[in-house]
Design a protein around this ligand. Structure first.
Ligand SMILES: [Zn+2]
Length: 260
């Protein structure tokens, strides 16, 4: 980092990220597991629902393989309940699950088909998803991402195109009575190593973002010996502050935005 860049960052005045589009009313967030949105993106969701925007969650799995000490059937039940509670905290009342198997998601037509069906039903303008890249960070030696996130994120980016093409998965038109939906204008990828856009979040949305992660208490308690509150606070506020330093010093959630 150059001396100039460093001093700008210290003053928190630089805005290296473009503003997230705000001229939309319906978003669909599609992720692999309960908790994927709560590790940072949920604060942005809280900001948007507070403005009256409509956000729906779609999860490919129930995260049943995510708790080492809990049998998958029990974990699925517990984690679904935690996800619904966590969505409610940020103003999301509709949460759907696709029932793909946790840990072995496969990128491809089967997953794209199920995601496209929900896009056609909800007709969102903005689709949110989670990092589909190989790693979490951009630098050498960055932590390896999980296979589910890679498969899911890439399938979401593809399914957005599928949803608009009436010749792909056309049986959905006859069977489910849905129409093609080509109205998705952006796909925003959370937790990407290549963020381009950011949305500032206020005090209330940040607080709700933290509360939404804390709803995943069984998962967090199995994951770490740290106090759940301290753990969740360091994750959520750590992310908001990190992106804030790239967005004029305002606590923010950042995304890699693909326009369509
Ligand atoms: Zn995940």
């Amino acid at each position: 980092m150059s001396a100039t860049a460093q001093s700008t960052e210290e003053h928190g005045a630089a805005s290296q990220l473009a503003a997230m589009p705000e001229d939309w009313t319906r978003a669909l967030a599609v992720v692999a597991h309960p908790d994927d949105l709560e590790y940072g993106a949920a604060a942005a969701v809280a900001e948007w629902t507070a403005q009256g925007k409509d956000v729906t969650y779609l999860l490919a799995t129930r995260g049943e393989a995510g708790i080492d000490t809990m049998e998958p059937a029990e974990a699925a039940r517990v984690r679904e309940a935690e996800q619904r509670a966590s969505a409610a905290v940020v103003g999301v009342s509709e949460v759907e699950f696709l029932d793909h198997r946790d840990g072995v998601l496969e990128e491809g037509p089967a997953l794209r088909r199920d995601i496209a069906a929900v896009i056609r039903r909800h007709r969102p303008e903005l689709v949110l998803t989670i990092n589909h890249h190989d790693t979490w960070g951009a630098g050498p030696g960055s932590p390896w991402n999980t296979p589910d996130h890679r498969a899911l994120g890439r399938s979401v980016l593809d399914a957005v195109g599928d949803a608009g093409n009436r010749w792909i998965f056309s049986d959905q038109m006859e069977k489910d009575g849905v129409l093609p939906w080509g109205g998705v204008r952006w796909v925003a990828v959370a937790a990407s190593p290549a963020v381009t856009h950011a949305v500032p979040v206020g005090e209330e949305a940040a607080r709700k973002g933290l509360a939404s992660l804390l709803e995943h208490r069984s998962y967090i308690e199995a994951l770490t010996d740290e106090d759940p509150e301290e753990y969740a606070r360091s994750i959520v506020y750590g992310g908001l502050d990190m992106y804030g330093r790239q967005n004029g010093g305002r606590r923010s959630v950042a995304f890699e935005l693909h326009a369509r």
